[in-house]
Ligand binder design. Structure first.
Ligand code: PEP
Ligand code: MG
Length: 883
């Protein structure tokens, strides 16, 4: 095989399309060379060498040494310098480069080829002794660190001690003679640590660096990174060896990094920084303050250091032409590294630049409008998950705030809620319809359920990459982390900040964009949905096949859903409406009644309330379909907890508290999620389903009369396992529809369908579809019942499962395509076989997960339904799935 590919002087053996073989860096260098751009000549050792190396007990292919020698001669011819030569030495950089950029691997060794002899030649040829010794000491330190494994601080200490002893402050205070002393110290450090001297032979240096790159492919950090990002070990890394160019050869030399567009805002402007008389590492090291590239940026930043535009005007002009050419060529925003050596520009790297969600959106839309990419490509360019950052409410700048603490802005968006101190509390209150902010010293994987249940998360410890920050960003929830001035007292259930003591249940607001913690609830501004966002959404809507609906029950959620473009409600969980203070007592009466008459009395109180809720929902959704699910959860979730609550219900039921407690105990279940819930409630207590059906149809009539618009109720039966169950409940619903039509003189067209959320329902979908007019896959319960993993208790072991690779990811977040997905496919095909026009959707959490949405497209669902804030994400993901 061919193991080495050369590039330089307007030609390359490789090309941009050869990423798999040459790695990202090697492929892009070859591409730039082919474009005729000024790239220092060099060569890339392929990823296949890496693979062969590990397959053959860490031995290189036998031809490799010869190919490297030939490639070095090629570089020598192009540069007029010879590797290891004592008169005119060629110096090289050695870099790793996998297909995908991979932190954790050996990155770069610069100035390789320097030794006690070649340094003299470098000094002579550059006519700069100080520069040569400075380069040599940098090389010894870098090589010793990344290849020989000696920690940086040893070298830094030697330098610091020397500077102190001489009274120097800056590195620039050191002369060539000073650097020579340092070099002696560095070499001694290597000898003392390793028991052998720093390698003087350039060939030994080169093969040492190549070996270090391949070795780093299997270091622990790289392995972890690959596991987290699904990168197979078999990809391997390439090694690029390239002639050195020097940005530290005086005032006409420089080095820098730049983006063709602003990576945080997306604005079309050359954005970046550079340093005169510096080597690449100096820019990122942050020791000197870098200078702006353009004059406009310099003025904007108020900097008094000259921009590249004024300091090196001719090079700047060439650089601008080059960056424009690269962006046009790659048809994407480029992130570039460059060096100027004595007035000559050299391009060292280009790649598609990383960017924020906001920039990603702006760049995609701008580029399509500029004609650089198509609208479809623009739709494909934006990661749906990144929209999350843009879709959250922010605090109204006009609101008066009492800021009690400031932590780190760990995850964007602002949220208000009642303080809770444990994740169980968060979950409990959330299911009771409250909005909560989870306040913890720090969070751990055991808090995932609580974080899910919260509007936002506040921690007093931990940084931007703490568990809370990372997980919150993943969930798209606002988070303030590391608010160190906040004192949490779990035992007392209090939190103190700026002298104010908050109790559990008190309202606070957090702003994950600024890190502020604010007393009380505040006025919020809803996210800006115009501009590029609206444009991209419009393009996405044209491209997608599936409809997108929302899971919503409150008027507030329904309004947000509509604003985000929901095309209906795919799941209204009626039980969420039962916790409001004006009805919970009646709900409890209904549950705790000892007979049908008692239940009916309570239901009569609930009827007008539910009717009003539904009428409002229909009105907000103005003509769009609204799927309302009959009561689903285990009844005990509604039971009174405190003595006061028990007394209140006992009084209105006119029974003793003792008797009420006894009745509550009777309702206790060992396994409530597999117990008395779902359609089982409607079958045992048909009067509950009847009341809800009446409320739905009467509400529909009311909304129709009020608005004059059509109303499309879809009544949904939860958790069935058989057609018999479904039919029994459907008969009641149909009868009620007829009755309401007779009573009101208004006929409302409606559908009755079912959730498919048990394996048996999926398997029996063929016959269920004989009477069911739609299916909505409830993949939360379907995952729970298919895997036999409790959705409420999975937290304690699921992490271990994903860490060990038993499950690729949390099946409650991203659908388990092989198992649960198989049941969905069976449900789809058997359902359609019976009823061609059956409407099929999904309303589990997966309906808002981009990769699960891709699956839904593949199996041909008609719509996905997800929480209101995820609607735009789903619209974009559905478009990408369809493209
Ligand atoms: C489901 O099970 O997927 C579903 C949407 O219902 P719930 O989450 O309310 O059980
Ligand atoms: Mg369910």
């Amino acid at each position: 095989g061919k193991w080495v590919y050369t590039f330089g002087d307007g030609k390359a053996e490789g090309a941009g399309g050869m990423r798999n073989l040459l790695g990202g860096k090697g492929a892009n260098l070859a591409e730039m060379a082919n474009l005729g751009l000024p790239v220092p000549p060099g060569f890339t050792i392929t990823t296949e060498v890496c693979t062969a190396f590990y397959e053959n007990n860490k031995a290189y292919p036998s031809e490799l040494a010869g190919e490297v020698t030939n490639a070095l001669s090629h570089v020598a011819k192009l540069t007029g310098r010879i590797f290891g030569d004592d008169q005119n030495p060629l110096l090289v950089s050695v870099r790793s480069g996998a297909r995908a950029s991979m932190p954790g691997m050996m990155d770069t060794v610069l100035n390789l080829g320097l030794n006690d002899t070649t340094v003299l030649a470098l000094a002579k040829n550059a006519d700069d002794e100080r520069f040569a010794y400075d380069s040599y000491r940098r090389f010894i330190q870098m090589y010793s660190n990344v290849v020989l494994g000696i920690e940086h601080h040893h070298f830094e200490e030697i330098l610091e001690h020397y500077k102190e002893s001489k009274g120097f402050v800056l590195d620039t205070d050191l002369s060539a003679a000073d650097w020579q002393v340092i070099i002696t110290g560095y070499k001694k450090q290597v000898q003392d640590t390793l028991g052998h001297p720093f390698p003087q032979d350039p060939q030994e240096q080169l093969w040492g660096a190549i070996g270090a790159v391949f070795g780093s492919w299997m270091n622990a950090r790289a392995i972890t990174y690959r596991r987290l990002h699904d990168i197979p070990a078999s990809w391997g890394t390439a090694v690029t060896v390239q002639a050195m160019v020097f940005g530290n050869m005086g005032d006409t030399s420089a080095t820098g990094v730049a983006f063709t567009r602003n990576p945080s805002t997306g604005v079309k402007e050359l954005y970046g920084e550079f340093l005169i008389n510096a080597q690449g590492e100096d820019v990122v090291a942050g020791i000197r303050t870098p200078q702006n590239i353009t004059e406009e940026a310099r003025i904007g930043a108020g900097s008094d250091k000259p921009s590249m535009e004024t300091a090196l005007p001719e090079v700047f002009a060439e650089f601008v032409r080059t960056t424009n050419l690269l962006e046009k060529h790659y048809r994407d925003m480029q992130d570039m590294e460059f060096t100027v050596e004595r007035g000559k520009l050299w391009m060292l790297q280009t790649r598609n630049g990383k960017r924020t969600g906001k920039a990603s959106l702006r760049i995609a839309v701008d580029m399509a409008n500029e004609g650089l990419i198509t609208k479809e490509e623009a739709v494909g360019r934006v990661d749906p998950a990144s929209l999350d950052q843009l879709l959250h409410p922010t605090i109204d700048p006009k609101a008066e705030l009492t800021i009690v603490a400031t932590g780190l802005p760990a995850s964007p968006g602002a949220a208000s809620g009642e303080i809770v101190f444990t994740s169980d509390e968060a979950e409990h209150l959330k299911s009771a319809g409250h909005k909560v902010i989870l306040v913890r010293v720090e969070t751990s994987p055991e808090d995932i359920h609580g974080m899910h249940a919260s509007e936002g998360i506040l921690t007093t410890r931990g940084g931007m990459t703490s568990h809370a920050a990372v997980v919150a960003r993943g969930m798209g929830k606002p988070c303030v982390s590391g608010a160190g001035s906040v004192r949490v007292d779990y035992a007392q259930g209090t939190m103190t900040a700026s002298g104010v003591t908050f109790k559990k249940g008190d309202m606070i607001t957090i702003d994950g964009g600024t890190g502020q913690v604010i007393k009380g609830a505040t006025q919020m501004l809803q996210p800006e949905l115009s501009g590029e966002f609206a444009v991209l959404m419009e393009w996405a809507d044209k491209a997608r096949r599936m409809n997108v609906r929302a899971n919503a029950e409150t008027p507030q959620d329904a309004r947000v859903a509509r604003k985000f473009g929901a095309e209906g409600i795919g799941l209204c969980r009626t039980e969420h409406m039962f916790f409001e203070s004006d009805r919970i007592v009646a709900v409890r009466e209904m549950i705790l009644a000892e007979n049908e008459a008692g239940r009916r009395a309570a239901l009569a109180k609930l009827l007008p309330i539910q009717r009003g809720d539904f009428a409002e929902l229909f009105e907000i959704m103005s003509g769009l379909p609204v799927t309302i699910r009959l009561l689903d959860p285990p009844l005990h979730e509604f039971l009174p907890q405190t003595e006061a609550e028990i007394a209140e219900v006992a009084k209105s039921l006119d029974v003793s508290a003792e008797r009420l407690k006894h009745r509550a105990a009777e309702l206790h279940e060992f396994n409530p999620m597999l117990g008395f819930r779902g359609c089982r409630l409607a079958i045992a207590f048909p009067e509950i389903a009847e009341m809800q059906a009446r409320a739905i149809f009467e509400g529909a009539v009311e909304a129709k009369k009020k608005t004059g618009q059509t109303v499309q109720p879809e009544v949904m039966v939860p958790l069935i396992v058989s057609k018999a169950e479904f039919d029994l409940v459907k008969d009641r619903i149909d009868a009620m529809a007829k009755l309401v039509a007779e009573e009101t003189g208004e006929t409302i067209p409606y559908k009755v369908g079912t959730m498919i959320e048990t394996p048996r329902a999926a398997l029996r979908a063929g016959e269920i579809a004989e009477t069911a007019e739609f299916f909505s896959f409830g993949t939360n319960d379907l995952t729970q019942t298919c895997l036999g993993i409790s959705r409420d208790d999975a937290g304690s072991f699921l992490g271990t499962y994903t860490a060990k690779g038993i499950l690729p990811n949390d099946p409650f977040v991203s659908i388990d395509q092989e198992g649960v997905g198989e049941l969905v496919k069976i449900g789809v095909s058997r359902g359609r076989e019976t009823r061609d026009a059956i409407k099929l959707g999904i309303c589990g959490e997966h309906g808002g997960d981009p990769s699960s949405i891709g699956f839904c497209e593949k199996v041909g669902l008609d719509y996905v339904s997800c929480s209101p804030f995820r609607v735009p994400i789903a619209r974009l993901a559905a478009a990408q799935a369809a493209l």
